[in-house]
Design a protein around this ligand. Structure first.
Ligand SMILES: N[C@@H](CCC(=O)N[C@@H](CS)C(=O)NCC(=O)O)C(=O)O
Length: 214
């Protein structure tokens, strides 16, 4: 079968998630770095969101589905615990990241630094001010959750893989970096996991929005 092709711009946190999973498992793959809604993307996902994936006759969208396909198709270190509780906890945290953390931290707060909606192309300060009090309890929850160094049990899972790119980006925006600095476990967690070879190897060269702004 031909190599797996992952499609979507490297700066996307969801593309980064899939690339970390591929690297962790040591899978050779090709990466086609294109913007959302490019023809390569809409051919697989009519909604135009990245990432999408092609592997032989298999096409998929949604990072979560792609990661589970990677996990079940290929050998290499397991990214989902084999016990029922560990697997369910992994799903639990992926779901929390995708349905609560990403919509607020990335699509609402961080968005103002990459696709500003304020006057004259500036960040909308009201939107940022409204997001921060809602983000604080998320930081507190996650700070407690990663006290062991991992979201699930004592090992690295898809749950961590989903959180790390978002945490990395938060550390580049002033107010979120301050919330992170007030979260000692999360700070140590990010530092430790940014050192993983799979994370380093897939680090985006540009931040989100750079290609569109250029
Ligand atoms: N639930 C999707 C979310 C993917 C997503 O929101 N991707 C963003 C880039 S990080 C995107 O393609 N945005 C373009 C759009 O929403 O039209 C997944 O997990 O893959």
């Amino acid at each position: 079968m031909s190599q797996l092709e992952l499609i979507g711009g490297a700066a996307s946190n969801y593309v980064w998630v899939c690339r970390i999973a591929l690297e962790e498992k040591g899978i050779p793959y090709t990466h086609t770095s294109v913007m959302p809604h490019s023809p390569e993307v809409t051919a697989i996902n009519p909604l135009g969101k990245i990432p999408v994936m092609r592997h032989g006759d298999v096409t998929l969208c949604e990072s979560r589905a792609i990661c589970h396909y990677i996990e079940r198709t290929f050998d290499g270190p397991s990214l989902v615990p084999s016990d029922a509780e560990g697997a369910a906890k992994t799903e639990q945290w992926i779901s929390i990241v995708n349905t609560a953390i990403d919509p607020l931290w990335v699509r609402t707060y961080f968005r103002e630094y990459i696709f500003p909606t304020g006057p004259n192309g500036t960040a909308n300060r009201d939107a940022i001010a409204a997001a921060l009090p809602r983000m604080k309890p998320h930081f507190e929850m996650l700070d407690r959750a990663v006290a062991s160094g991992y979201l699930v049990g004592g090992g690295f899972t898809l749950a961590d893989i989903n959180l790390i790119p978002i945490l990395y980006y938060m550390n580049t925006a002033p107010e979120a970096a301050e919330l992170l600095a007030q979260s000692p476990n999360l700070t140590a967690y990010l530092r430790m996991h940014m050192d993983r070879p799979a994370v380093k190897a897939t680090m985006p060269a540009q931040r989100p929005g750079a290609a569109r702004a250029a």
